[in-house]
Design a protein around this ligand. Structure first.
Ligand code: SF4
Ligand code: SF4
Length: 434
């Protein structure tokens, strides 16, 4: 695509990258067929190609965002399915990140929208605040009929009980069992440790059982994606992680940063790019991105121990967009589940998003529910006993649309190799192999 960005704009690294991305697009339209919003809405402006035109027009002229552009960019899930499909290698993620940043700088959203975004950005990344908010939301549910629609959606997503904080999420070192083969930092994250603390617990058990010393580094926490995707500044969170893991690396060495929430993994793998123009962080960020691994990537690398129980479960593996499109990790989770003794089914339309997409299900509930229902119908068509996924956002989103149990992949791998049986699985299996 031809571009005409002014030279003064191209001196800015963000504009320079966007120009490069736009130039790569040959507007062939292959991406439209796999874009969930185009598939649902059928509007060219809700397709990757249409959005690229809108973003080009806005950024090339450095003009303030208008309501029409904002509407179509806001409807984008950032699922990155278009990046998987694109034959020209268009980096849609970098372009849409820049466009969102530009929108937040130049566009005044309606008051309720601004308040909702501010609320999400000031609650979700902070586990203690989020936990308190969820407890309050349980009471708020009683009066949810009186609340504005947006807040009602938020209340309805709150779990009926809020789990206690896990002591394993505190900064500490977990010793490897047997011979130590590696030392890794586990990113303990933000919302996940509040909603499902058992995920980090299962991860730590699995890693230590496989000879990894696991560090939960003091000062690490939210990856910054939640605020970043709201168009807010997430760099403080990212810098805190980079400082915490770099300190650990210098003190005792780190072979990997292991992440069990694929949305966060995609963001941390991008730290090197994000801080490329920051002399204080560029080198450290790139070094950490280079050793960041999704939990399943890391387990495939070090090798899974043979199962010690016969789990007897048929599992529909839901491939989170951030894992399959953002990180291109597709084979490993299914192969690990199969090696652990699960029967893994192939879900139709696996490339389509479930509608979670960070805070999308709260900000665009109508589209999110349609995508969830389509995903659930596809999953249930495979007649599984349970669903596995590698991202907390997908787990909470899909759980609101099905009675099937949905677990994190790591909970199943942990159970099969010697951990406790997850309490959401019906008591019909879990015997030692014959
Ligand atoms: S598939 Fe790639 S090159 Fe073709 S229109 Fe979409 S983004 Fe552009
Ligand atoms: S990121 Fe997803 S929703 Fe957004 S344009 Fe690409 S395919 Fe469509």
């Amino acid at each position: 695509m031809q571009t005409s960005f002014a030279p003064n704009l191209l001196a800015d690294p963000e504009f320079a990258e966007s120009e490069k991305v736009v130039r790569t697009c040959v507007h062939c339209g292959f991406c439209t067929a796999t874009c969930p919003t185009y598939v649902l809405l059928g509007d060219e402006l809700d397709s990757p190609r249409g959005r690229i035109y809108l973003m080009k027009d806005m950024l090339e002229n450095d003009r303030p965002a208008d309501a029409e552009t904002v509407k179509h960019i806001d409807r984008c899930l950032t699922c990155l399915s278009c990046m998987t499909t694109c034959p020209s290698g268009v980096n849609y993620m970098h372009l849409v990140d820049h466009a969102r940043h530009h929108i937040e700088k130049t566009y005044k959203r309606p008051w309720p929208d601004r308040q909702m975004r501010r609320l999400l950005g000031s609650v979700l990344p902070y586990p203690a605040v989020f936990r308190a908010a969820l407890s309050g939301a349980r009471l708020g549910k009683l009066a949810s009929g009186l609340l504005p629609k947006r807040l009602r959606v938020l209340m309805d997503m709150a779990p009926p009980t809020v789990p206690k904080a896990s002591p394993m999420d505190r900064p500490q070192v977990f010793a490897a069992q047997g011979k130590r083969i590696a030392r890794v930092a586990l990113m303990n994250g933000c919302a996940q440790q509040v909603l499902m603390p058992q995920i980090n617990e299962a991860t730590i058990r699995l890693l230590t059982r496989h000879g990894c010393e696991v560090v939960v580094a003091r000062g690490s926490g939210c990856c910054g994606a939640l605020t970043h995707h709201l168009g807010q500044d997430g760099s403080g969170f990212a810098k805190a992680n980079i400082d915490a893991w770099t300190a650990e690396k210098s003190r005792s060495g780190l072979d990997a940063v292991v992440i069990n929430a694929s949305g966060c993994g995609t963001t941390v793998k991008e730290y090197g790019f994000t801080f490329r123009a920051d002399p204080a962080y560029a080198e450290k960020a790139a070094a950490l991105s280079a050793i960041t691994r999704d939990l399943t990537e890391w387990m495939a690398q070090i090798g899974l121990q043979p199962p010690v129980v016969e789990t007897g479960q048929r599992v529909a593996y839901h491939s989170a967009c951030s894992l399959q499109h953002g990180q291109r990790v597709r084979r490993e989770p299914k192969e690990l589940l199969a090696a652990a003794g699960f029967e893994v089914t192939d879900v139709p339309e696996a490339h389509l998003c479930c509608g979670s997409a960070g805070t999308y299900n709260l900000l665009q509930p109508e589209i999110a529910v349609r995508l969830r229902d389509r995903k659930v119908a596809n999953i249930e068509s495979t007649k599984p006993d349970l669903i596995a996924a590698g991202n907390i956002g997908c787990i909470t989103q899909i759980a609101t649309g099905t009675a099937l149990p949905i677990l994190h992949t790591v909970e199943l791998l942990d159970w099969a190799t010697g951990g406790p049986k997850p309490d959401r699985i019906a008591n019909r299996s879990g015997q030692p192999p014959a």
